[in-house]
Design a protein around this ligand. Structure first.
Ligand SMILES: C[S@@+](CC[C@H](N)C(=O)[O-])C[C@H]1O[C@@H](n2cnc3c(N)ncnc32)[C@H](O)[C@@H]1O
Length: 235
């Protein structure tokens, strides 16, 4: 698929799923998604800028979890699809969190170099066709020594988990997603992007190729989800 076509599809899908996005996330992951984002929020190391960027922030759950950290960093939450930010704005209005939401593309970040102590992206990187460029932008806006945290699904390695997971992705996810959202094809697309996403060692190689160092990965929930962490080298 051409990149422009892929971007159109991403915009169409997330515009369509927004009313049921949070509900389906909780239901389809049995609320594990809340634990995964909390894990990332807790892992972040505070740094000199006092700012964190959450790319592809969507409905804002990770941005809000980060803003709730004890040192209360200022969090910028950026997303390509304005409609996805609406639930985030509603959540923000009910909290005192220091979160600024903005519309933008992860492959062209509207921030100067070295603006953030940490950059996070949860379940967003696999929707960005130019992954290397997005990683390059994250590196650019990080302060030296700052870290990127990529939370993403991956096909599990253990054979029995992998078999169950494929069945879930190929049959149950599109069926359930279709039932609730009225658009099974969106969930089929999301399932395909999970199956196509590289295994952890290959993704770490992509992070290193983008200029990061000390890349490592941490498995969550039987390796269904991983947190990939890497550092921007000191100048
Ligand atoms: C599966 S949702 C994840 C949302 C949120 N991070 C979460 O944890 O629930 C993927 C998000 O990536 C956003 N997205 C896709 N391509 C993007 C891009 N090029 N730049 C910024 N956001 C993008 C979509 O609009 C969508 O909100």
């Amino acid at each position: 698929m051409q990149e422009a076509e892929q971007l159109r599809q991403v915009r169409r899908i997330f515009n369509q799923v927004v009313p049921v996005y949070d509900f389906l996330n909780r239901a389809l992951s049995l609320r594990e998604d809340v634990r995964w984002r909390r894990f990332v929020a807790r892992a972040i190391r505070p740094g000199p800028t006092g700012r964190v960027l959450d790319v592809a922030t969507g409905t804002g759950d990770l941005a809000l979890a980060i803003a709730a950290r004890p040192e209360k960093p200022l969090v910028a939450g950026l997303d390509l699809v304005p409609a996805m930010l609406e639930p985030a704005r509603r959540k923000l209005a009910r909290s005192r969190a220091r979160v600024a939401l903005l519309c933008g593309d992860g492959t062209s970040l509207p921030f100067p170099e070295a603006s953030f102590d940490a950059v996070t992206i949860a379940f967003g990187i696999r929707n960005i066709p130019r992954r290397g460029r997005a990683l390059g932008e994250m590196l650019r806006v990080l302060a030296p020594g700052g870290r990127v945290y990529v939370l993403e699904f991956t096909t599990p390695q253990k054979p029995w988990v992998r078999r169950l997971y494929r069945l879930y992705l190929r049959s149950w996810l599109p069926a359930l997603g279709g039932l609730v959202s009225g658009d099974g094809s969106s969930y089929q697309y999301l399932a395909d992007t999970i199956l196509e996403f590289p295994a952890p060692p290959a993704f770490r190689a992509e992070m290193r190729a983008a200029g990061f160092r000390a890349a490592r990965s941490h498995a969550l929930t039987h390796g269904i989800t991983w947190v990939h962490v890497a550092e921007k080298p000191q100048a």
